[in-house]
Design a protein around this ligand. Structure first.
Ligand code: NAG
Length: 339
């Protein structure tokens, strides 16, 4: 009797994870983004950006509050991640990951409509697998990059982790199975990195590692499993994609293919699900809006597989990046552009 009662309350506790709904924002009928929409970023004003504007892999655009071009690159560039930074002089600039160029570009000189006019290579190394997504420690301007080489059966080295300091020096921090989601905690003392693994084309594992981080030197230590989705909610076969923290240290994780964002506490506890109707492959996400509390979630539209859709979930805490862009404008000056 007592045991069955205990089991029943355990079961209902497991089911008691809060579930929220995101609301469609850009749909297949009004989106100017292609299905490769990815790499969500926020600027100091709370505007949200993503890549694959005009379905062009070398273009990034503004998602909200209205759509427009952020930056048009050239050639075979494949933009996959965007982060903004305010330097020591208060200038706002952006960093964009170019997966085919194995580099991160630094964008400067915004015109009156918000488009960046100049780009220079911030860091580049032929050994960088992609990068897939980038995270930034706003106090130091240091960047962290994930990346993968998708194979039938993964080996360590199909994923990597690199860092690049504000002068452009790139350093490899480690090798993994496929890495994708990457984010820094609000106190910049923890780095989160996702790792997925394939066996014979089947996805068999999805975990998030946490590392102690020195945001100044980029050194990481004390690698530990922060969340293992096989154990957490039996979704080992669903890929992790974008990851972002809020100012309370909660981590929001998109589950590509699952139509969902999972919210984890700073200790890795499963707090909530955010359903994202209308999006087939939920890719990346970022907090924006005037108070930085609206979570924009992008991915391939369900109704039109050639288009990128965005939904919004109105949260309570502001995003880490939005908050840091308001307060961390005393960091070192950005490097001088040298194309
Ligand atoms: C800013 O640059 C973009 C892209 O080069 C261009 O389309 C837009 O017209 C420019 N806006 C202004 C006000 O010059």
């Amino acid at each position: 009797m007592k045991l069955s009662f205990a089991l029943a309350s355990l079961a209902s506790a497991a089911l008691a994870v809060d579930t929220f709904q995101a609301t469609p924002y850009l749909t297949s009928s009004n989106s100017q983004f292609g299905s490769g929409i990815e790499g969500a970023g926020v600027d100091r004003a709370g505007n949200i950006y993503a890549v694959n504007f005009n379905a062009n892999s070398a273009a990034a655009g503004k998602v909200s509050p209205s759509q427009s071009l952020l930056y048009q690159g050239t050639g075979s560039a494949l933009f996959n991640g965007i982060r903004f930074r305010v330097d020591g002089s208060g200038n706002e600039e952006a960093y964009i990951a170019d997966a085919t160029g194995h580099r991160v570009l630094r964008l400067t000189n915004r015109n009156a409509s918000g488009s960046f006019q100049n780009s220079a290579v911030l860091c580049q190394d032929p050994g960088i697998l992609q990068p897939n997504d980038i995270a930034i420690a706003h106090s130091t301007g240091r960047i962290f990059m994930s990346g993968m080489n998708y194979q039938a059966t993964d080996v360590i080295g199909n994923g990597d982790l690199w860092t690049c300091d504000s002068t452009g020096k790139a350093t490899k921090l480690g090798v993994f199975y496929r890495t994708n989601g990457i984010e820094v905690s609000p106190d910049e003392k923890t780095l989160y990195l996702s790792e997925s693994a394939n066996k014979d084309w089947a996805v068999i594992s999805n975990v998030i590692y946490a590392f102690d981080l020195d945001a100044k030197t980029g050194a990481i230590s004390n690698k530990r499993v922060f969340a293992d989705f096989g154990k957490l909610d039996n979704t080992a076969s669903t890929d992790i994609d974008g990851m972002r923290t809020d100012t309370q240290g909660n981590l929001y994780v998109t589950r590509n293919g699952n139509g969902k964002v999972t919210k984890l506490s700073p200790s890795g506890k499963l707090l909530a699900y955010i359903n994202v109707p209308g999006i087939m492959s939920v890719g990346n996400l970022e907090f924006g809006g005037k108070s930085g509390t609206d979570l924009y979630i992008g991915g391939k539209c369900e109704k039109d597989a050639k288009k990128g859709c965005v939904s919004v979930y109105k949260g309570k805490a502001a995003g880490r990046a939005f908050n840091d862009l308001q307060h961390h404008s005393k960091g070192p000056a950005a490097p001088t552009a040298s194309a």
